[in-house]
Design a protein around this ligand. Structure first.
Ligand code: ARG
Length: 455
């Protein structure tokens, strides 16, 4: 079998070596990036006088054909095609007489780092676009539910009623930080390693800047050893995706709760829920559960890669081939999850009557009643005790909470009106707070963030 190192070796590689070593089955998805990298490299080689114009043109023509074959599925892989880089180069050599010059001054070490950075830039753009779509869905839902309110929770115990719009946008802001992190990671990874060679640069007059410009990278490596061994960008993107996964999981967990008969806050669209093979009455929130479940896998990809990297001496080690599967799977997983969750949220129905009913307990206004006393001069600790005493007396059966509030010397009938269902949710006017006016302002800022309006 023809290997890239056949000059040095006299025997063929063993089957088990090949089975372990080959990465073609997962790295072939980088073929567009591999060909882009080769085109840039060939153009640079010609510029610096290492290739004649005719040789450059012949190789570029062969690369066009290889791209076409890989795109339409007619490319025939050979047993010796260890990875996508080997496969492309092998085919170029079949098609072009000067193909043997393609790998001049280049190693698969700088080549694979270049391909993966190019691939990751595109993948991040794709994920960001999907996340922004989910943010728009949350915004549209927030805008469509008006002043509907539901219990806000701490410790999963009813705390203070909040507007549904406020709750939905809370998830939108978490996603905004995910977008920021992805965009920042993308900016940091936008550096070309091409021209670093195997590890040490080259004695040939290569021009790494020319390749970087040609490929649209914002910068070029500073240290060839670092260029071929650095996978920080994979770790960073995996972290950004894992945290995004954690946010999707938290949204998923709430949807699971909200879709239960106990909460009954949402009704799922049939196209975005599943039935049971045995229990005819069931409508299950599988998408939300998978959003919750996939987070574990995403966290695993991050920790797995960090463990792979931690003991590696400079520079390239074959361990680094383990960077791609977690990254590809994390991107695929996030894309599937965000798309399905977006569909689920954009089609579900909010049962706002049920939410209002759940938030109707007069105790939900306890904090607002204490604040009412504070605004009339009472120290907060004392106010807390006054209201707490009424809560306890009501629970002990002395009377309804609202009646006790109305009869209280410190509070009285004016304050009791605060305990009417829905009223307390309208009073928290502070910046970022939950009153309708504060939420309207928040919606304005969120719309501006998504580029839908100017602030
Ligand atoms: N398939 C390899 C990878 O993904 C490409 C680089 C191989 N380099 C080497 N020195 N064997 O990392």
């Amino acid at each position: 079998m023809a290997t890239l190192w056949q000059g040095r070796f006299s025997t063929d590689p063993s089957q088990s070596l090949q089975a372990l070593n080959d990465s073609l089955h997962f790295d072939q998805r980088m073929f567009p990036q591999d060909i882009a990298g080769s085109r840039a490299h060939v153009r640079m080689l010609c510029e610096v006088g290492l290739l004649a114009d005719s040789e450059r043109d012949e190789i570029l023509l062969a690369l066009d054909q290889v791209l076409a074959e890989l795109s339409d599925g007619s490319f025939e892989f050979a047993e010796s095609d260890e990875d996508i880089h080997t496969a492309v180069e092998r085919r170029v050599c079949e098609l072009a007489e000067s193909g043997a010059k393609l790998h001049t001054g280049r190693s698969r070490n700088d080549q694979v780092a270049t391909d993966l950075r190019l691939w990751t830039k595109g993948a991040v753009d794709g994920v960001v676009a999907l996340v922004q779509g989910l943010q728009r869905t949350l915004l549209e839902s927030a805008e469509s539910v008006g002043d509907a309110h539901l219990p806000g929770y701490t410790h999963l115990q009813q705390a203070q009623p909040v507007l549904l719009a406020h709750h939905l946008l809370a998830h939108g802001w978490a996603l905004a930080r995910d977008v920021d992190r992805l965009v920042a990671a993308r900016a940091r990874l936008d550096v070309s390693p091409l021209g670093a060679g195997a590890l040490a640069g080259s004695s040939l007059p290569l021009d790494p800047h020319m390749c970087a410009d040609d490929l649209g990278f914002a910068g070029v490596f500073d240290n060839s050893l670092d260029a071929v061994s650095d996978r920080d960008f994979v770790a960073e993107v995996l972290f950004a995706l894992a945290l995004l996964g954690v946010h999707l999981s938290r949204i998923g967990e709430e949807l699971v709760l909200w879709a239960s008969s106990e909460f009954g806050f949402v009704a799922l669209d049939e196209a975005f829920s599943t039935g049971s093979s045995m229990m005819p009455q069931k409508k299950n929130p599988d998408i939300a559960e998978l959003a919750r479940g996939k987070a574990g896998r995403l966290i695993g990809h991050l920790t797995g890669l960090l463990a792979t990297l931690k003991g590696l001496p400079l520079t390239y080690n074959k361990d680094l081939q383990e960077d791609k599967e977690p990254l590809f799977d994390a991107v695929d997983t996030v894309q599937l999850t965000v798309s399905a969750l977006n569909g689920m949220i954009s089609t579900l129905e909010f049962n706002t009557d049920r939410m209002a009913e759940a938030a109707a307990s007069p105790y939900a206004a306890a904090t607002d009643l204490a604040e009412w006393l504070v605004s009339r001069g009472m120290p907060f600790r004392q106010a807390h005790a006054v209201v707490g005493d009424l809560v306890r007396r009501s629970i002990d059966g002395e009377g309804g909470f609202v009646e006790l509030v109305a009869a209280s010397d410190a509070l009285g009938p004016d304050a009791a009106r605060l305990a009417a269902p829905g009223v307390s949710a309208t009073r928290r006017n502070t910046h970022g707070g939950g009153s309708p006016a504060a939420v309207a302002e928040q919606i304005r800022r969120f719309r501006a963030l998504l580029g839908l309006d100017r602030l």
